[in-house]
Ligand binder design. Sequence first.
Ligand code: ATP
Length: 220
Amino acid sequence: MIPMKEVTFMEMKKIGIMGGTFNPIHNGHLVIAESAREQFGLQKVWFLPSGRPPHKRETMPASRRCEMVSLAIADNPFFILDRRETESPEISYTYATLEAYKKEDPSTDLYFILGADSLFDFESWRKPEAILQHCSILAAFRRHGRQEEFFQQIDALNQKYPGKFFPLDTPSLEVSSQDIRSRVRHGRSIRYLVPREVGAYIQAHHLYEGGALGDEPSGN
Ligand code: ATP
């Protein structure tokens, strides 16, 4: 008979979760998700667009954001869109979504992928301890911060929550959704910053041209 521990080990799946507002999705999101998949041997990465983000007041309708995610990940067989937070009428908190994942499949090792700005905010998220009960955090440096501060923050969080935070080795793309929205509003090119299909979708549906729907972050 195969010992129990070995069975569990063999069946353990490593799944990445790339949470975000994705208003819109851009190449910065895609490159950190792909780096995480490769570096940590993840079987799949679920893209999890937020429903009503607790920290961003006005956002493009979820259906539009999901369609853009869907177009962006279509050519990567490891990437999957998970619409669950957008289908919930309630505000979705990360800890609750992770609890649900674990309940559905306890044999999954979860890795939540985020950028440096989210790493610095992490402790202000609802129930950070509960989040860390269910996943490890893979963090990508973003250029608008200082690299040594980024690593110091990883160390500080690992002191508090041992072995839970890992830096991602990833090319750093200086692009943000806010930058994309602003470029579109000013009639500037977003080519090579978003996948071609996403650029075409934004153009076809005249998204972000008026400047509303997404430029007013309001804090947590
Ligand atoms: P906005 O500009 O509207 O604030 P954003 O570009 O930060 O949006 P989100 O959808 O809010 O995009 O981000 C989802 C996650 O991806 C966050 O953890 C964020 O830190 C990370 N992220 C976004 N862009 C990058 C990037 N260029 N490099 C590394 N991480 C990124």
